[in-house]
Design a binder for this molecule. Structure first.
Ligand SMILES: [Cu+2]
Length: 739
């Protein structure tokens, strides 16, 4: 789907590039809430850095540019203003979109998965569960509110306990570009993405002549972390072949107190891609991906001993067809996830073996046409479809390890057909309107014969909605006005999204209410969520100063709230603690801002700020799982060969919380403490073919956890913590080569 999206991006944003980061006095105000001693110490060191060196060059943007050549994102300017990724990462930020190269080094060193990679974007955070496979959360919205696409494909995890969000199947080195589109300001990528859309994209260049190229990287870090990848492609004008292998492993990391966190993982993936290109404007691509992983979880009684993905995809792109009918794109895909979690593969001490083996098959496709009826009007019109089927089997005790002899039991099936249209109408050289409209025909089937209820003793009950089918017609749309300013842009958009409950909300949670028998299943009780959001933003890019501000106000009717620890009648007597789903009305507002200033001599400074406030308007209390105010300050120096950088991350305390409330991933645990983390990096670039980047994350070995992290579980051999702590001081080095 790249050409449609890239074409549109290029059209909407022209060739402007904007850095990210913040307003000095906002940081100053915010800092009052934070411990200041270390901040001052680090700022002093940063400001003492040599102010004047040879003029900065931008070679590294090309080095890391992947296969992309025709978007604003690849212009050299973008290499310079990235406060949270080390200087070698090319990144574009407009108010509405952020994109970067997933292969580029980042600081702090992200875990090897998609969520961790996204954390460098202001406003993005990760709900930590262990060493990898956290859930990304943007502006306090996680799971189905944040649509994640793998090169145009949807993929849904199998785990009822959310061990495998889509990003658990992302191997960053197997992609060429990551883009976040903020808010409900696009309808082209599927149903329900109210908070935003994240596109992980792979793009293989057209070969004008016979040739080949390869890139590779090795990363080594504390805690026996080792990652490597090899990406090799060869081709001729008629077609190409590409293979990508990735591998990553880490032992348990230690927090700032030197305590081990149950977090080890090992992950690997292999992608094979062949493309047929009879001419430069036609591409038929077949791809296959196999991946597997094991991962320890510090937040629960089980670990993931299998995360297996099987994928086949077919893609057709046809560009420059004619003056009115400009381009056509089609894809079809198959994704199969097989997941096993147990309490005996990666940990000791369980009184009884327990294992669960869900799987999910997701099949989908999409057809889109790009039309240009007049010079000032461009439209993308298309249809998409998705079908997914979830099964499970589980066992415990003596026979647990023979679980794969059991037959799988189907528990849910979802189908969605969508039609969409997005138009860009240029009213003048410097202003345009973008409109989008989408309809979805959604259907869900509940195949559970029984519902298991916890408590002592645990038991099962007949499912009151067994074999029921539920249908919803859902609408979404947006209108946005954009106007160019001094090298930047201002925009204002209004968006509306109806989102049907997902598997975790509709199937995996109970209904609220005291009538135990009738209210067990939430399948037919939970209403679709309706989000209306206003997005406003401005970007600025003039001479040595770049900046952006993007703010939003969101009104969410029938927000699907997940509440744990809800007291319900017990199986035979007394009460039990249940996790329920219910609709509330909510509102959120906030935004992100960034500022970057380039001094002479290769020195630049940048800052960013992100804040979201959420209100549960039904219960008149804080909306849960909203990360607190966060600011980042970066200082980088670069002479074309050597780079030196420092990054400070300041996170305020979170005093607005609602105990036991949240989303399908996690619920609030109480107040969140403020913390500051400082990191430094350096690097050397030989020429366009080799570089070495190294860094120390969390230099002062701070012990801290994110407000939204899951609670620490009791795991034998590990100390239990309130939340899963973040890694302590981490040394890392990444060597990159291209041939
Ligand atoms: Cu699981």
């Amino acid at each position: 789907m790249q050409h449609v999206s890239k074409g549109e991006t290029a059209m909407r944003y022209r060739d402007r590039t904007i850095g990210d980061a913040v307003r000095g006095n906002a940081i100053g105000e915010a800092r009052n809430a934070w411990p200041t001693k270390r901040v001052i110490a680090v700022l002093a060191v940063l400001l003492a850095a040599p102010p004047c060196f040879a003029h900065h060059t931008d070679e590294r943007a090309d080095k890391n540019g992947g296969g992309y050549t025709n978007t604003a994102a690849d212009t050299n300017e973008t290499a310079q203003y990235m406060p949270s990724i080390v200087v070698t990462a090319p990144q574009t930020t407009t108010g509405l979109e952020t994109s970067f190269d997933p292969k580029a080094p980042q600081q702090p060193l992200p875990a090897n998965d998609g969520a961790s990679l996204l954390k460098s974007i202001p406003g993005m955070n990760v709900i930590r569960k262990g060493g990898t496979d956290g859930d990304p959360i943007f502006r306090g919205m996680a799971a189905s509110r944040l649509n994640i696409l793998f090169d145009g494909e949807h993929i849904l995890g199998g785990c009822g306990g959310r061990m495998d969000p889509p990003t658990a199947y992302i191997f960053p080195d197997a992609f060429d570009r990551v883009t976040l589109i903020k808010g409900p300001q696009s309808v082209r990528y599927g149903h329900g993405s109210s908070a935003g859309t994240v596109l992980f994209e792979r793009h293989s260049d057209y070969f004008e002549q016979t040739g080949g190229e390869a890139s590779a990287a090795v990363t080594a870090a504390s805690f026996n972390r080792l990652d490597y990848f090899l990406d090799a492609k060869a081709g001729a004008p008629l077609g190409y072949a590409r293979g990508i292998l990735t591998y990553a492993k880490s032992d348990d990391y230690k927090d700032g107190d030197g305590k081990s966190v149950h977090s080890e993982y090992e992950r690997q993936s292999a992608s094979a891609i062949v493309g047929y290109t009879p001419d430069p404007n036609t591409r038929l691509e077949l791809s296959m991906v196999r991946s597997d992983a094991v991962a320890a979880y510090a937040d629960r009684g089980m670990d993931g001993s299998l995360f297996k993905r099987e994928n086949y995809a077919l893609k057709l792109e046809k560009n420059a067809i004619g003056s009115v009918f400009e381009a056509l794109e089609a894809n079809a895909y198959y994704n199969y996830i097989d997941h096993v979690m147990d309490n005996y593969t990666l940990r000791d001490g369980a009184a009884m073996d327990m294992v669960s083996n869900p799987d999910r098959k997701t099949i989908g496709g999409r057809l889109a046409a790009v039309l240009m009826p007049t010079a000032s009007l461009k439209a993308v019109i298309g249809a998409d479809a998705q079908y997914n089927r979830h099964t499970g089997r589980s066992s415990s005790g003596m026979n647990a390890r023979a679980y794969n002899e059991l037959s799988r039991v189907e528990n849910a099936r979802f189908t969605d057909y969508g039609l969409f249209a997005e138009t860009t109408w240029s009213t003048a050289d410097d202003s345009r309107w973008v409109f989008g409209l989408r309809g979805d025909w959604w259907e869900a089937k509940d195949y559970r014969e029984t519902i298991s209820i916890g408590g002592m003793p645990a038991s099962t009950r007949p499912n009151p909605t067994a074999n029921e089918t539920r249908r919803e017609t859902l609408f979404s749309g947006f209108a946005r006005h954009e106007r160019d300013l001094l090298g930047g842009e201002a925009y204002m958009g209004l968006g509306y999204v109806q989102r049907a409950p997902d598997f975790w909300e509709a199937i995996n949670k109970e209904a609220r209410g005291q009538d135990n028998a009738a209210s067990l299943s939430v399948f037919d009780k939970i209403e679709p969520e309706k989000t209306a959001q206003l997005d406003l933003g401005v970007t600025y890019n003039y001479e040595n100063l770049e900046g952006f501000v993007s703010i939003f106000y969101s009104k969410i009717d029938d927000f699907i709230l997940i509440q744990s620890g809800y007291s319900k009648p017990g199986a035979s007597m007394g009460t039990r603690s249940a996790t329920v789903a219910r609709n509330i009305n909510a509102s959120t507002y906030g935004g992100e801002a960034g500022l970057a200033y380039r001094f002479s001599g290769g020195l630049k400074t940048s800052a960013s700020l992100a804040y979201t406030r959420g209100e549960n308007d039904t219960d008149n209390r804080a909306l849960a799982q909203i990360p607190p105010l966060e600011g980042r300050l970066g200082l980088d120096w670069d002479n074309g060969s050597w780079t030196i950088g420092a990054l400070a991350r300041f996170v305020a305390s979170q005093n607005r919380y609602s105990l036991n409330e949240g989303n399908v991933v996690g619920q609030d645990l109480g107040r969140g403490d403020a913390f500051n983390v400082f990191s430094i990096n350096g690097g050397y670039h030989w020429d366009k073919t080799a570089s070495l980047i190294f860094g120390i994350d969390n230099v002062f070995d701070e012990t801290y956890s994110e407000f939204i992290s899951k609670s620490g579980a009791s795991v034998e051999g590990y100390e239990q913590t309130i939340r899963v702590n973040e890694p302590g001081r981490t040394f890392w080095a990444k060597a990159q080569f291209s041939f």
